[in-house]
Design a protein. Structure first.
Length: 113
């Protein structure tokens, strides 16, 4: 009985298509993104040419750049996870972050005269 209650309390996994559609709708309705594209795209669109192919080319270029950047982020995060999850990596991370905090403290103490 308790197992059935536990199963009913777990959230259902959304399909990949649903996640994509939700992400797309959030992105397309983001006012900052709309303002960004409205301010950037007109500079690169020739009014004497047809709008649709130019817009598709600009959108595709932007999409490819975003995919490349996010892939680099993911690869770096995977690399950092593999290096920092060991004891040696964790100790190094602690030393680096401790050094950063100490340097911030020294800088703060030196600036407050």
């Amino acid at each position: 009985m308790r197992w059935l209650i536990t199963l009913s309390l777990r959230p259902k996994r959304a399909s990949l298509l649903r996640c994509f559609i939700e992400g797309f709708l959030v992105s397309i309705s983001n006012p900052k993104a709309v303002i960004f594209f409205m301010s950037i795209f007109p500079q690169f669109i020739d009014v004497t040419q047809e709008y649709a192919p130019q817009f598709v080319l600009l959108a595709a270029t932007f999409s490819v750049l975003v995919i490349v950047i996010h892939t680099i982020y993911a690869a770096f995060a995977s690399f950092a996870k593999s290096k920092l999850s060991s004891k040696k990596g964790n100790a190094l991370l602690n030393k680096i972050s401790g050094g950063v905090f100490v340097s911030f403290g020294v800088g703060l103490a030196a600036s407050s005269k």
